[in-house]
Write a protein that binds this ligand. Structure first.
Ligand code: SAM
Length: 251
């Protein structure tokens, strides 16, 4: 990593991202077209059908062109390890963005079907272009919606995508931080997790998901067994972050 990559404040795209945060919270996109630009950059520069090259190309775009709110390369390695540990057949992700983490999950679990929930149809379109370029669009599905829509998206997952009792081996939570806990509880309520299912939650320190962290601490050794991984927010080494990896003990 160059000093510009380690020190995000030296990068103009970091400041454009900071300025775009209110737009991101409203729409799921930063507002300067960087998500579509990322898909175009991947199509122009990454070898078609090569997942490693597609992921490297997204990392290059995020460090050299425009910063993205992907899980990134450092936290991505924690995610990869959790995926290998879960050895999943079915994965549910909350928060697709440009499709980077879903692609990492698909790479680490070559036999898994990955379902990713995303509020923004624009992001879903970007992610599908990238998955198609990587050659894995047959086993990664983006469902436009949200767990908090009163049962519509949960219902679609069950009716159209085969979700049912104990069907989810890995849950990756990386969307709106204030609903991490509510959405986890809604999924638990459906009975979709089984003993040994793994839940991974990103950004538990920054921007922060304090209710989710408190719940996991309170349930330690009862419903969940959690490891708190100390790491950094994406694409820099200055700002600390936490990724929580939790094994479900019931089911
Ligand atoms: C941090 S990004 C996800 C990054 C992605 N997991 C990755 O690492 O490549 C968060 C995404 O969640 C979406 N989002 C925000 N609130 C949501 C919600 N309640 N349900 C589903 N998606 C949501 C945003 O539109 C955004 O694309």
């Amino acid at each position: 990593m160059t000093s510009k990559q380690r020190l995000p404040f030296l990068r103009s795209s970091f400041w454009r991202l900071a300025v775009g945060m209110p737009h991101f919270v409203r729409t799921g996109q930063i507002g300067d077209g960087r998500e579509e630009a990322c898909a175009a950059y991947v199509e122009a520069n990454a070898r078609r059908g090569d997942i490693d090259d597609v992921l490297d190309t997204i990392d290059t775009f995020a460090t050299e062109k425009s910063m993205l709110v992907n899980v990134g390369d450092e936290k991505g390695e924690l995610l990869d390890a959790a995926v290998r540990r879960a050895n999943p057949k079915r994965v549910l992700e909350l928060g697709t963005y440009c499709g980077y983490s879903a692609l990492r999950i698909a790479r680490a679990a070559p036999d898994a079907e990955v379902f990713s929930i995303e509020l923004s149809s624009g992001n879903a379109a970007v992610a599908r272009r990238i998955w198609s370029h990587a050659g894995v669009d047959d086993r990664i599905t983006c469902v436009v919606g949200t767990i908090g829509d009163g049962g519509q998206t949960l219902g679609a997952l069950s009716a159209e995508h085969g979700f049912g009792a104990e069907s989810v081996d890995l849950l990756f939570i990386d969307h709106e931080k204030s609903v991490y806990l509510a959405d986890l509880l809604a999924i638990l309520d459906r009975g979709w997790l089984h003993r040994g299912s793994i839940a991974v939650a990103d950004n538990v320190r920054v921007p922060g998901a304090p209710k989710y962290r408190a719940y996991m601490r309170e349930q330690q050794g009862k419903l969940w067994d959690t490891v708190e991984h100390k790491t950094h927010i994406e694409y820099q080494t200055l700002i600390p972050d936490l990724v929580l990896e939790s094994e479900y003990l019931a089911g």
